[in-house]
Design a protein around this ligand. Structure first.
Ligand code: CUA
Length: 321
């Protein structure tokens, strides 16, 4: 059983880069190492020279020189500073790209729990520890945790993001190299932390489509969410036939929502999640804080499905009374 979870790969000092961004991160890393070498080598070289030249017992001139050379002193402060600034903007640019998934990215949910990763595809197909994705397409992974802090780490993409209980984090990538790569949990999360690992399969789009078919036709996240919407009693107030004055959820997703305190927030995944768990935190303008909170009463898996359902309403989905 345990064997099944342990991918057998040789240790890798420098894993292959499976995306353009991973390549760029490598280039920054190597360039930074080269620059550091040229900044540090002269210092240690000169230290070694002085250690030999001025070692005890040697008859050399040890008197202090009073003369200062201002241009030289300024140059070794300003030049390294400017070089570091280049890296600041270069790496900052890559960091911002990496933090902002393209809006058309395919969304996969990753749920971390002791001790496995569960990945769920938009069509509802799910898999444990392994993740199959199409090459050449932006993929956004929304990461959640059912229990403690985990961290999803995919070395071939040079990406790592924590799974934090009660919060949705994300990472995104566009892998362009077909292949099998390792994925890990990189946060010590308990006894079997080291078994919380698997394989990322980057597949040609046609192969991915075939894999999805093979993985079965489980109902989509949104469809499951629609059943939960009724099961948790949400439809009692938010349904079309309800007499309670509750916000209409049709077209809510990604829409700006005016709040009672005058501010405006966008109804994204995080907002919807907060509204379900802690509805009294931010009250929409014109409504009373009458909704009960679901924190501790709903599992992460159910929450992901409910959010997918509410999202689907914004995309012209059908509502079931
Ligand atoms: Cu999960 Cu370590």
């Amino acid at each position: 059983m345990i064997q099944h979870f342990l991918p057998h790969y040789p240790p890798q000092l420098w894993p292959p880069a499976a995306s353009a961004m991973a390549n760029e991160i490598d280039i920054i890393f190597v360039a930074w190492c080269v620059v550091l070498f040229f900044l540090v080598a002269p210092v240690f070289g000169f230290m070694a020279y002085c250690a030999v030249r001025y070692r005890a017992g040697r008859d050399v001139d040890r008197s202090h020189r009073e003369a200062r050379n201002l241009p030289v002193e300024m140059s070794w402060m300003i030049i390294p500073f400017l070089i570091s600034l280049v890296f600041f903007f270069w790496a900052g640019d890559v960091f911002l790209q990496e933090q902002n998934p393209p809006p058309d990215a395919m969304v996969i949910t990753a749920l971390g729990r002791q001790w496995m990763w569960k990945f769920q595809h938009p069509g509802g197909q799910w898999e444990i520890n392994d993740l199959h994705v199409p090459a050449g397409r932006p993929i956004r992974i929304n990461i959640e945790s059912q229990d403690v802090v985990h961290s999803l780490y995919i070395p071939a993409l040079r990406l790592q993001e924590d799974a934090v209980p009660g919060r949705t984090t994300h990472l995104w990538f566009k892998a362009d190299r077909v292949g099998a790569y390792r994925l890990f949990c990189s946060e010590l999360c308990g006894a079997d932390h080291s078994l919380m690992a698997g394989t990322l399969y980057v597949m040609a789009p046609a192969d991915y489509a075939a894999w999805l078919k093979h993985a079965g036709n489980s109902p989509s996240l949104a469809t499951e969410g629609r059943h939960l919407f009724v099961a948790y009693g949400c439809s009692g107030c938010h349904g079309p036939s309800s007499t309670v004055h509750a916000p209409d959820l049709d077209g809510l997703y990604d829409r700006p929502v005016p709040l009672q305190d005058g501010s405006i927030v966008v109804a994204d995944d995080a907002y919807i999640r907060d509204k379900i768990l802690m509805p009294k935190k931010q009250i929409p303008a014109g409504y009373k804080p009458v909704m009960p909170g679901f924190a501790g009463k709903i599992s992460e898996a159910d929450l992901a499905q409910l959010i997918a359902y509410i999202k689907s309403l914004g995309e012209g989905g059908e509502r079931e009374p």
